[in-house]
Design a protein around this ligand. Sequence first.
Ligand code: PLP
Length: 271
Amino acid sequence: MQISPPLVLTVAGSDSGGGAGIQADLKTMLALGTHGMSVLTAVTAQNSLGVQGAWELPVEAVRAQFRSVVDDIGVQAVKTGMLASAELVEAVAGLLTGVGAPVVVDPVGVSKHGDPLLAASALDSVRTKLLPVATVATPNLDEVEQLTGVRAGREEDLRRAAEAVLGFGPRWVLIKGGHLPGETGTTADGARGEAVDLLTDGREEHWLRAPRYDNRHTHGTGCTLASAVAAELAKGAEVPEAVAAAKEYVTGAIAAGFRLGSGIGPVDHGW
Ligand code: PLP
């Protein structure tokens, strides 16, 4: 008899183009040796040019998917992505309370193309209901600003950004500095400067540095990173080790990002 691989659940939206959302999550989970499962919150009509349409699922459908997975199969880590509305954010936060597994919250707000993936009216529910149940929250700098009002434009600002997010109650926060202005100087393999992130629980600080690849095909980066953290946690890693491994995974996926359609292509999971 085969032993089941570690069990990871994504609660997120579908990207019809296959680059972000649950499609990126499931590819990441498979690549990292785990069994990926999905609770779909929304369906997007999406390609390399942006989001052409988005439809959220009824709360009842989200609850039913979650119960089906948890009641029979079980989960060893959960990741949340696009949650679309205040109603869905609150329902998912309620389901995750007492799930008994680490929860990675990617507080998805707006896509790289500027398409809204979360209603403005849902921000307060993310702050007061979802972030408190997070083991790790993984905001980028735009999401930090939306959630806390703190605008971080330089590496020195990341600590202040982290403190502001920790104020809402996640156990750890990973501030993704990928949107900071890049440094100059290109290495032989095409990397330019560094992508710097800060992981902290308010006591320990872990600064993560990786080569910054000058590749515009980065669709799905955030989904991939958060899913990789969840996969590593499901395998039994502690948070700092899980995040370090996830950062390495996403750096490889960005370096291998490829052209698809006529816009922004996805990160690659087969590198
Ligand atoms: N579409 C869906 C369903 C997503 O969940 C996300 C990100 O979480 C995106 C699109 C945006 O991806 P990106 O900003 O990497 O282009």
